[in-house]
Ligand binder design. Structure first.
Ligand code: ATP
Ligand code: MG
Length: 376
């Protein structure tokens, strides 16, 4: 295998950020370091990009896999580094292609202090007898040459990044995670907009350890590829279930959703999170009619972010398959009873929910449930 010198990383939407740019760049650097710390690689910031210097070949491969899961990157790729001279650029590129290759040259200069410009680079390729590959401006094999202050990078494989913003740059978010298809996908889109997830899962098991060892563990494992150090709260539902036994079943669903938002708000306070994220999609099921959504979120002061609001179920499913959570989500799971109620009310007025909330003393239910929670 060709010996590359480094991995070049270009920032995603970060160039938009004016004043806050430095915060975003250092957040991205911190996130990358968090992902690749085990490889011992160094990372160096150079204007609009990073260079990562892996210690060995397996480090290269491992880092490339991690970068594929890092938000805030527009593209990255392994590069060879040459001196800022035509000669050095030509000899490095000779190592990168074989005799039979036809290659298009794409050259740019972010540093204008060299005695040659990008046109000179391309024409020197055409006139150089030392090259062992053919140039073809239509070839899909491309050599990207980028002249910077001090050195030039050569890249033959640009890998598309995830785009978006570095996780954490928009602060913390409580992500309501069920065992279903939608919420893991919503977690991904929340991370894409720079939110650092703290997961909250309300379960129907007798004790937390059963939930912690269920498929939820595997779903979290996949989501942690995008944000390695995210916490999760496991909260039992039995106190809620017992407290609401007396109310008509058709009202329980929206009351449960109000309970979810309120308990999320308590956790948000503790975790310094301004946002609550759900996998709701407008009109998808009874709990997600406009009226029931208004009644559920009534009185919540945090921003409720619903990244999937405008998605069709089929779109959500295809994203879930890409991420790898779909097969886990469709596995049988012990759902909280209220979610499966037949014929729930589809238009509950907020006042009605508030009255039931008082009647069942949900505030007390919340503090007792939180006392029984586990944080992992
Ligand atoms: P999902 O596929 O994510 O379960 P859904 O289509 O089944 O979503 P609902 O059951 O109405 O829809 O849940 C809507 C959202 O509420 C979920 O996407 C999730 O964000 C949150 N939620 C539902 N149940 C729970 C739970 N037990 N614990 C934490 N959050 C939950
Ligand atoms: Mg669900």
């Amino acid at each position: 295998m060709l010996k590359y010198d480094a991995i070049e990383v270009h920032f995603g939407e970060l160039w938009l950020k004016g004043m806050n740019r430095n915060d975003f760049v250092s957040r991205l650097k911190h996130n990358i370091l968090d992902m690749i710390s085990a490889t011992g690689a160094d990372i160096v910031h150079n204007r609009d990009r990073f260079f990562i210097y892996p210690k060995n070949e397996s480090g290269f491969l491992e880092i490339i896999e991690s970068l594929k899961n890092t938000f805030g990157i527009s593209w990255f790729g392994p590069v060879m580094l040459a001196k800022n001279s035509i000669e050095s650029i030509l000899s490095a590129s000779n190592l990168m292609f074989s005799k039979d290759d036809t290659v298009r040259i794409s050259a740019s200069r972010s540093y204008k202090g060299t005695p040659f410009n990008s046109k000179d680079i391309v024409s020197s390729f055409m006139h150089s007898g030392s090259l062992n590959f053919n140039l073809d401006k239509n070839s899909d094999k491309v050599l990207h040459i980028s002249v910077m202050e001090g050195e030039t990078s050569l890249c033959r494989e640009k890998i598309k990044g995830l785009g978006g913003l570095p996780v954490g740059s928009s602060g913390n978010a409580i992500v309501l995670l069920s065992g279903g298809i939608d919420s893991p996908v919503s977690a991904l889109y929340a991370m894409k907009r720079g939110l650092k997830p703290i997961y909250l899962h309300v379960h129907a098991f007798n004790d937390n350890s059963e939930a912690e060892n269920s498929k939820m563990k595997d779903i979290i494992k996949i989501l942690r590829k995008f944000s390695p150090s995210s916490k999760i709260y496991f909260i039992p539902s039995h106190i809620f279930q017992t407290a609401t036994l007396k109310i008509p079943r058709k009202y329980e669903l929206v009351l449960f959703r109000r309970f979810l938002f309120k308990i999320a708000e308590e956790v948000a306070e503790k975790e310094d999170a301004e946002v609550i994220v759900t996998g709701e999609s407008l009109g998808q099921v009874a709990s997600q009619t406009v009226k029931n959504m208004i009644a559920s979120q009534y009185g919540i002061k945090r921003l409720i972010f619903r990244p999937l609001s405008g998605f069709d179920k089929a779109e959500i499913i295809s994203r879930a398959k890409e991420i790898g959570t779909y097969d886990l989500s469709i596995k049988p799971y012990k759902d909280v009873c209220s979610i499966g109620i037949k014929n729930p009310s589809t238009g509950m007025p907020p006042d009605k929910v508030s009255a039931l909330y008082e009647e069942c003393d949900i505030s007390a239910v919340i503090s007792r449930s939180l006392n029984l929670s586990d944080v992992i």
